[in-house]
Design a protein around this ligand. Structure first.
Ligand code: ATP
Length: 288
């Protein structure tokens, strides 16, 4: 706040684990500055936590991955790094028992991040995850979680399929039979990476309808997926354990915090209404 007040400018990096209050801080600062009549522009980008998650560079070497981390940016030396260390989520609306469970989980994650588990190591270590945290990475389980979350939402269910097509914009498909790639087939393609909902809990928001073209070089064509970011999903991180791909549900607060679930449900219902309107407009557009 001081650099704005004194018109000095500056770059700050706020570093904090889940629940330490990063969003709360940004929101508080935005409101404080807006109330002084300043302009505030909030933008979001994803910067991997270089201690825990490395950015994904398709077919990249170790060096490519390291060079893609934010710490390798030429601007990095100009940043003031600030750390948030107290899990503020623990204090909000949870029972003693839930608080203990979240505290244990937070401590455990911190211990892994700080390399306190299994002693000093040279970057590789074997960590045992409790069974209840692990779900095998398979569509069945993703669907199972989604179905469970959807079953909590009141009202009749209606399915809106993605509008998938093969992109013909910048490729030469002269010898390529596009008819082979039916919409039914395209709908079965599971791309890695999903848009994660959240952040706007409790508010009514319009959902943009966007075309996503994943850059997957393994496919012989470019897929245009016209998708709405409404799929319920928890933030997941992949770890390789005992040669078996497993998915760790690292952010469980959506299911832990019943109040939040209700708010998310309300938002989701609103999203469904927006979605239905968008879908109708789309059909009208196409009929025209
Ligand atoms: N200074 C504070 N005073 C009171 N409550 C706070 C404070 N900071 C955060 N909280 C509360 O703690 C909870 C977690 O905060 P917040 O969502 O900002 O964390 P976060 O670091 O953005 O988490 P994540 O990385 O998981 O998104 C929220 O319910 C928030 O209202």
């Amino acid at each position: 706040m001081e650099v704005v007040d004194k018109d000095k400018g500056g770059m700050f990096f706020v570093y904090g684990y889940g629940g330490t209050g990063k969003t709360y801080l940004y929101k508080t600062m935005s409101v404080a500055l807006r109330s002084q009549g300043e302009l505030v522009l909030n933008v979001a980008s994803s910067a991997a936590d270089s201690e825990l998650i490395l950015p994904v560079i398709p077919n990249g070497s170790r060096q490519d991955v390291v060079h893609a981390t934010i710490n390798d940016s030429s601007l990095w030396e100009h940043f003031t790094v600030m750390k948030l260390t107290v899990n503020m989520r623990l204090g909000s609306g949870t029972t003693e028992c839930e608080r203990k469970e979240i505290q244990d989980f937070a401590d455990w994650i911190l211990d892994i991040g700080n390399r306190n588990i299994n002693g000093k190591n040279d970057g590789e270590s074997t960590i045992e995850f409790p069974d209840k945290m692990l779900i095998p990475e398979s569509d069945d389980h993703v669907d199972m979680i989604n179905e469970r979350m959807h079953s909590l939402i009141p009202g009749e269910e209606k399915i809106y399929e993605s509008l998938n097509s093969v992109s013909v914009a910048d490729a030469d498909y002269t010898n390529f039979n596009l008819d082979l790639y039916t919409t039914d087939f395209l709908n079965t393609i599971r791309m890695s990476g999903k848009i994660i909902s959240g952040g706007k809990v409790g508010t009514i928001s319009a959902i943009p309808c966007m075309v996503i073209t994943p850059s997957d070089n393994k496919m012989p064509f470019k897929l245009n997926r016209r998708q709405y970011p409404v799929q319920f999903w928890l933030m997941i991180r992949n770890y390789k354990l005992n040669d078996q791909e497993k998915v760790v549900v690292a952010q469980q607060e959506i299911v832990q915090d019943q109040e939040e679930v209700v708010m998310v449900q309300e938002e989701f219902v609103q999203e469904k209404v927006d979605l239905a309107q968008d879908e109708e407009e789309l059909v009208e557009e196409e009929e025209e």
